[in-house]
Design a protein around this ligand. Structure first.
Ligand code: YOG
Length: 135
């Protein structure tokens, strides 16, 4: 039985997001807006099938996937790249590898009590986001 990531999660912290945006070559103006956004994560989990939305007042990003099935992801509205994405479980931690132009790119996501943790990495930069479950 995998961990339950489903729910609506509201951002409480976003450590080193600017570093990761820089590593993804996001322009200055977008980064200035991006660092101040309070993101909301909406996750619908049906077994190994995930529908996810990352919402903000500035931009939204949706990506759907099945654990263990590689797919082509277009990071539309983010850095607008095409990557080969694979999400797997490492115990209760979700591990995502995004193969493409940028080395060491992906994210890890896990639940601790009423918090959702998300590490986003690109090249040698790591951002750590924490979300709190909306009741
Ligand atoms: O999360 O895919 O939770 O399944 C990654 C942003 C900021 C401006 C967000 C927009 C990377 C653009 C999605 C923020 C930085 C900045 C709100 C991470 C690049 C561009 C959309 C993600 C998974 C795991 C979804």
């Amino acid at each position: 039985m995998p961990a339950d990531h489903s729910g609506t999660w509201e951002m409480v912290s976003n450590d080193k997001f600017d570093d990761v945006m820089k590593a993804m070559d996001i322009d200055f103006a977008t980064r200035k807006i991006g660092v101040h956004l309070k993101q909301t994560k909406v996750i619908v989990q049906n077994g190994d099938r995930f529908e996810t939305k990352t919402l903000s007042t500035f931009r939204n990003y949706e990506v759907n996937f099945t654990i263990g099935e590689e797919f082509e992801e277009h990071t539309k509205g983010l850095d607008n790249r095409v990557v080969k994405t694979l999400v797997t479980w490492d115990g209760d931690k979700m591990v995502c590898v995004q193969k493409g132009e940028k080395q060491n790119r992906g994210w890890n996501q896990w639940v601790e009590g009423d918090q959702l943790h998300l590490e986003i990495f690109c090249e040698n930069k790591v951002c750590h986001q924490v979300f709190k479950k909306k009741i």
